[in-house]
Design a binder for this molecule. Structure first.
Ligand code: FUB
Length: 381
């Protein structure tokens, strides 16, 4: 039995024989080895607010996929704006029907959060039809760039760019998507030498498996390559042009290797790339992090170049409440912060809320795994 994209994680007790009304299918990923912690997350039902590691940053709108940046000492978060729509949940994420973006800003972590007005609306993007998924932003020479995936009129995900002089927007979209772009979840990283790179991709609804040669095949597989013993589908990276509006090269595949230098395999659902790329640097090393999708982990791999290869190192975040998990990592106030999202406010995967918590490193550069849920009150330790 597969875990359906969109199925509430807090409904996993069904698989354990406990009845919950919210979701109908009992999810059990073949070969999935849950840690005790993850199983505990999964086995909890509706929770008290005190059982979450951190609280939603905003409750006026639903938000997910937070890409955080620090500009002029202020924190800006570029999230997806979740809305309730009529489309039933499926493995392709058709129920994520977002139509616009709002930027969040705050002077300090833990302080009040401002929700900006509409920063970009799908109706103002000439090439886009629907599903404004996880965005990111970048800054160069007085201009802010918003990178966003959306489906075009043929149903293929492309990546667009919009610009503004204000980090809160409004942003004006380029008339066409980035030439040669495909799939979802753009994340832009600017290295110390000023060169920017765009990371992107996602399997299943993110369509990477339908873009194997860089050309969209609408009749391609719905999920992955169906080759569990072959290298998993790779996320992509491309250098950006100096104007930040186009790829400066054909996107390259990013290699994610195990500790023996072998590529992670398609069947390795606990570790292989699914979606939600993020790149950050720590102590001179490049940390590529991502979501494992149907096993619901945020994990990371480390390398010596922005192109990789990256060696898988471990988990950043255990599963959150909700199906998706997507994040960003920034430094602020001398500490590192993990922005992420769960479904605390709504209990529904399609209506998420962004959060932040501190991220800590060990002396060897490894990241301390975070559990987004606290032990239930009265639970034995
Ligand atoms: O929010 C829609 C999609 O779900 C994002 O693009 C993915 O990363 C996942 O969070």
């Amino acid at each position: 039995m597969t875990i359906k994209r969109g199925m509430c994680l807090h409904a996993w007790p069904l698989a354990l024989g406990l009845a919950l009304a919210a979701c109908q299918q009992a999810p059990e990923q073949k070969g999935e080895q849950k840690t005790e912690q993850a199983a505990d997350n999964a086995a909890s039902g509706k929770r008290d607010a005190s059982e979450y590691l951190s609280q939603p940053l905003v409750s006026d709108i639903y938000t997910a996929d937070p890409s955080a940046h620090v500009w002029n000492g202020k924190i800006y978060v570029y999230p997806s704006h979740d809305i309730d729509g009529p489309t039933p949940e499926d493995d392709l994420g058709s129920h994520f029907e977002m139509r616009d973006y709002h930027v969040l800003s705050m002077d300090k972590i833990g302080g009040p959060v401002t929700v900006g007005p509409v920063a970009l609306d799908v109706k103002d993007v000439p090439w886009a039809d629907k599903q404004m998924w996880a965005p990111d932003a970048a800054y160069k020479n007085g201009t802010y760039y918003l990178y966003f995936p959306a489906k075009d009129k043929e149903g293929a995900f492309r990546i667009g760019v919009a610009t503004s002089k204000d980090p809160m927007g409004p942003f004006k979209a380029q008339p066409q998507p980035i030439k040669g772009s495909y799939s979802i979840d753009p994340a832009v990283f600017t290295d110390a030498d000023g060169q920017s790179y765009i990371y992107f991709g996602g399997i299943w609804g993110g369509q990477l498996q339908r873009n194997i040669g860089g050309k969209y095949d609408p009749s391609g597989s719905k999920t992955d390559l169906k080759q569990d013993d072959k290298p998993a589908i790779a996320p992509r990276v491309a250098r950006l042009n100096g104007d930040m509006l186009e790829f400066a090269e054909t996107p390259r595949e990013i290699q994610i290797l195990d500790d023996k230098g072998k590529p992670l395999l398609g069947g390795d659902h606990d570790r292989r790339f699914f979606e939600a790329s993020w790149m950050h640097k720590h102590d001179g090393k490049y940390y590529f992090s991502y979501s494992t999708g149907d096993t619901h982990y945020l994990v990371y791999a480390v390398g010596d170049s922005p192109y990789g290869p990256f060696t898988y190192k471990g988990r950043i975040l255990e599963p959150v409440e909700g199906w998706t998990t997507h994040h960003s990592i920034v430094e602020w106030g001398g500490k590192s912060w993990l922005f992420y999202a769960d479904s605390q406010l709504s209990g529904q995967t399609r209506l998420r809320n962004v959060k932040v918590t501190e991220l800590r490193y060990n002396a060897d550069g490894s990241i301390q795994t975070i559990n987004p849920l606290l032990p239930k009150k009265g639970a034995a330790h």
